[in-house]
Design a binder for this molecule. Sequence first.
Ligand code: AMX
Length: 448
Amino acid sequence: SQALRARLEELIPQKAARLQTLKKEYGSHPVQTTTIAQVVGGMRGMKAMLWEGSELDANEGIRFHGLNLEECAEKLPKARNVDGSEGVMLPEAMLWLIMTGEIPTTEQVEGLAKDLAAQAALPEYTLKLLEGGLPSSLHPMTQLSIAVASLNHDSKFAQAYEKGVNKKELWKYAYEDSITLLAKLPAIAAGVYKNAYGKGLGARKCAELAQEGGDWTQPLALALSGGEERKGWADCLRLYLALHGDHEGGNVSAHTSHLVGSALADPFLSYSAALNGLAGPLHGLAAQEVLTFVKTMHDALGADASDTDIEGYLWDVLNSGRVIPGYGHGVLRKTDPRFTALAKFGSSSPTLSSDPLFRLVQRLQAIATPVLQKHGKTANPFPNVDSQSGACMQHFGLEEAPMYTVVFGVSRALGCLSQGVWSRGLGLPIERPKSVSLRVLEEGVKGA
Ligand code: AMX
């Protein structure tokens, strides 16, 4: 989008100057002390990365440039439904907010959606992969990651680097590639669905629909529903895509894209790497796991299961050394506000609110939290967003649980790619933290 790029052209030098001043005047100022528990404990709480799009508070949840989810839902431009009514916040409006820190106008968001639509079509080499080139049995996340990586074939960033473009200018090419990838992600997801399950309209049709106009989400909603207009589905997907756009920088997918991008790998390769992390069951794949878990529990206990039956089921899971998917979080210590936002959306939908699996997920909260508290290990016994999303999507007909992480992957690109543009704009260096061996840690505490 030219308007978004023009705004970044104004904002980047301002922030780069602030960064330079901070680095020059306070470069040796300590941020915190690093403990052994952090070094051996997955770097929890270790502040070691610059990330602009959003910040996560353990109790309040995510804030996008200071705005919490309710404020975003209120202030960001919204979709227009087919019947003319106002829908939910648009994910492309969230993209604008994440990238610039500013609330866009409706006109700016429409312009951005138009620019995305113009680039929605996939190159033939990517289409080939998604039209039988990759085996249908390959996990949809692997298909997504391969298709995204394939776009590196035409990366403007990689070409600019090869030509020796000034480092200060590289962000412009990162931006071009990022918009290209965001434009093509819906068609890629639709292509993955068709290739893996033989369902939906596929990549070509999804891109064609995008070029007919409308917002970023509508073509994907239609492609996934096989062309059927399902009331509430496009809004459910828009909300999902906006909510999952960014979750600060330390989570596996965001950190991965940041790390790989810091080696000046182009945005396609950086984001493809991020998707491989998102495919881990403790991260994005949890959405797939939750639905399978809830369905299996529903089938095992029946529709009339009592709270005691459910409680017993959860204890069996914990006692067999497994986790309760959809509960817990690396940073959050309260119910995930994204869970609450989807629950609110579902409860206001006449059909979703009566869906048995959606209802079971709501009911589970009151039972699983005390069980996890009694179990005594989990730092956060409250539900995370993945607990809710699959139940919503299956209701609207997207029943193939492995696709939930694919939809997550479409969304998370908003934050990861925005940061990639900023990282190059701010001239951040290659990431290279220091590792230490157990021996060094032991020697360090001798006599302490
Ligand atoms: N069920 C059972 N045990 C759990 C648990 C859960 N939902 N969440 C955490 N625990 C256990 C951990 O496995 C760990 O046990 P250990 O000491 O034997 O290794 C202990 O509680 C302490 O872990 P923690 O500090 O609370 O969590 P963490 O930061 O190490 O991990 C997370 C966070 C999300 C990986 C973990 O809570 C989990 O596995 N949850 C289930 C999977 C899930 O829902 N993932 C989605 C997260 C959101 C996302 O990224 N999409």
